[in-house]
Write a protein that binds this ligand. Sequence first.
Ligand code: COA
Length: 326
Amino acid sequence: MRIIGTGSALPEKVVTNDMLAGFLDTSDSWITSRTGIYTRHLLSKETLGELAITAAQAAIESSGLEPSDIDYLICSNVANSYVSPSLGSIILAPLGCSCPCFDLNGACAGFLYSLDIADAFFKTKRAKHILIVAAEEPSRFCNWHERETSVLFGDGAGAVVLSDEEGFLDFRVTADTHTDVLYYKRSLETTPYDRVEEKTMPLVMQGREVFKLAVRACIKDVDMILEKNNMTGSDIDLFLLHQANLRIIDSIREHLDQPKEKFPTNLQKYGNTSSASIPILMDELSRAGELKDGSTLMLSAFGGGFVTGAAITKWTKIEYKQEENQ
Ligand code: COA
C-alpha cells in the first residue's frame, strides 16, 4: 500500500512552558532540558471530532479522491468523551464517507497498528482506499496538578489516505503486558451485582521506566526490521519517530549512529500528541517538500501497554494544491 494523501490539525490554543510554570512547580528550563518541548496545542474551543475532520478532509483532498471513494475508515484513538459511538462513527458522515469504520486503541503506537491492519485489508482485497485518522486528546487524561505528566502532552490529529499500490516494504508490531508503568483508568457504572467502587485515575506514569522501555523497544524494532529487509540505518533517508521526548529520539539516533538531519522533530511545538504524532510530522514534512520522491522512511512508535510498531516505506511525492501550502 502507499500513502497518497496527508493532513493534520492542531488546536488553536498554544500553551508555553512559562504558562504551565504559572500554576505548576516547574520551569521552562526543566521542561526544555528534560524533554525538548517548548509549547503544546491544547483543545479549548474545538472538539476532538472537529480536529479529526479537518485533518481527514485535508488528507482526502490531497489524495485527489472523493470522500465516497474511501472503503474503510480506521480511527486511531486512545480515549475521548464517548466510549460509544466510536470516534470514527462520529466523524464519518460529516466527512461525506459512507464506509465501515472502527476505532483502534494502540496507545501512542496506534498509527503503526492502523497501518498494519490497513495493509492486511489491502492484501485480502477488502479495500482500494483506506483513510486512517489518528486523533488524540492526551491532555484530558492528565492530572493538571501533577507536573510529572501534564507538561509532556499536547492534542492534535493527523490523517493519511492509503491506496492499493506499491509503497510500504514491511511492518513490525509488538505488544507486552506492562500495565503498571503507564495507565489511565476510567470508572464504569456500578451494577446491582458488582458494587466495586471505581474511580477515574488520571494518567499514571513511571517516567524513567517508560523512557528505558521506549528506547530499548524502538531500537529492537528498528534493528530487527532493518535486518529482515537486508538494510542498515544508512539505507534510511528519514526516521519519523514517535514525538515523545527529544532525549528518547537522541538515544535511538546515537545507537543507529546516523546524522541528526535524518531525525526530523516537531515535539518542540506540539509535545507528545500520542498516536497523532507521526502522521502530523509526516504531513508537515510532506507539505514542506521535505519528503523526497523515492526516499525511504522508517516509522517507529511506542506506547502504553507496552506496545510498539515500526514500518519501512518508500515515499511517493504528493502534490498539494497551491493554497494548501500557504
Ligand atoms: N518540572 C520540574 N521538575 C520535575 C518535573 C517537572 N515538570 N517533573 C518531574 N520533576 C522532578 C522529579 O520530581 C524529580 O525530582 P527529585 O529528583 O527531587 O525526585 C526530578 O525532576 C527528576 O525526575 P526524573 O523522573 O528522574 O526525570 P527524568 O530525567 O527521567 O525526566 C521525564 C522525566 C518524564 C521527562 C522522562 O522520564 C520521560 O520522558 N519519560 C518518558 C515519558 C514518555 O515518553 N511517556 C509517554 C510514552 S508514549
